[in-house]
Design a protein around this ligand. Structure first.
Ligand code: DGP
Length: 113
């Protein structure tokens, strides 16, 4: 999508610290990390958020979930990690391209929000 920040990152038009890539998704370090490990896993196909994720193929959806597990292993998050996806204004979604935050490397707060 022409005016989408994450589409530009996937295309390599904006630099990013890549940690993983396959046919369906691309993962890179968040520019403003909220934990020692903070990675964004984005679908290569542009959909706005998890509500629109039903438009993706089953293969793409499965690949994204598998990628999260692979990245956690790669990043040695043996003690655990949190996966967050913000959807819409109440959730403070700031980039309207489906992405999952992987947060780890420290004890997460008991409360999620
Ligand atoms: P959300 O608020 O859930 O839509 O998350 C968007 C995230 O994207 C936020 O944690 C900051 C990150 N981000 C925004 N712009 C850039 C960028 O140019 N590069 C990288 N690596 N991350 C970005």
């Amino acid at each position: 999508m022409a005016d989408c920040l994450f589409c530009k990152i996937i295309a390599g038009d904006i630099p990013s610290a890549k940690v993983y890539e396959d046919e369906y998704c691309y993962a890179f370090r968040d520019i403003a990390p909220q934990a020692p490990t903070h990675i964004l896993v984005v679908s290569k196909e542009h959909v706005q958020n998890v509500k629109e994720a039903a438009e993706l193929s089953d293969a793409a959806l499965a690949a994204i979930i598998r990628a999260i597990g692979k990245i956690a292993e790669q990043e040695k998050l043996e003690k655990g990690f949190r996966v967050v996806t913000n959807c819409g204004p109440d959730a403070c979604q700031s980039v309207n391209h489906l992405h999952f935050h992987i947060l780890g490397g420290r004890q997460m707060a008991d409360q999620m929000a």
